[in-house]
Design a binder for this molecule. Structure first.
Ligand SMILES: [Zn+2]
Length: 113
C-alpha cells in the first residue's frame, strides 16, 4: 500500500477552479481584492534626513498585492523624483507635499497633513 493511497494526496494536483491538472490550467491569476482608496487616509509629511535632504513621506496606506510599489512608481513619475518604500511608507525625494497630495486625492485617497 502506498503512503497516500486512497487519500486526496494520491493524485496529481488539480486547479480548484477549472479542475484541470495544474500543469494544464489556463485560469487567469487571481485579482487581489483591495481596499478602495476612499476608505484610506494617507498621512503626509515632509521630513529632513541626513545631509539636509528632504523627503516626502506617505504613511498609513494599506499594502495589498503590489499596491504600494505601484503607487510609488506613479508618485515618482508625477513628482519627477526618486523614491522608495521604507517600513510600509512611501518616501519621495524632495519637498513634494503638494504634488503628492494632489495625486493621491485625484486617485480617491483621503489625505491628512
Ligand atoms: Zn484552472
Amino acid at each position: 500500500m502506498r503512503l497516500f493511497e486512497g487519500t486526496e494526496w494520491d493524485r496529481p494536483p488539480r486547479c480548484e477552479r477549472c479542475d484541470e491538472l495544474e500543469e494544464e490550467c489556463a485560469c487567469p491569476a487571481v485579482e487581489v481584492e483591495r481596499t478602495s482608496p476612499q476608505e484610506q487616509t494617507a498621512l503626509l509629511a515632509v521630513e529632513k534626513r541626513r545631509k539636509g535632504k528632504f523627503v516626502t513621506v506617505v504613511r498609513r496606506l494599506i499594502d495589498e498585492g503590489s499596491h504600494l510599489s505601484e503607487l510609488l512608481t506613479r508618485l515618482k513619475s508625477v513628482c519627477g523624483a526618486g523614491g522608495t518604500i521604507k517600513e510600509g511608507a512611501i518616501e519621495i525625494q524632495g519637498r513634494q507635499l503638494d504634488q503628492v497630495r494632489t495625486e493621491l486625492q485625484r486617485l480617491g485617497y483621503r489625505t491628512k497633513g
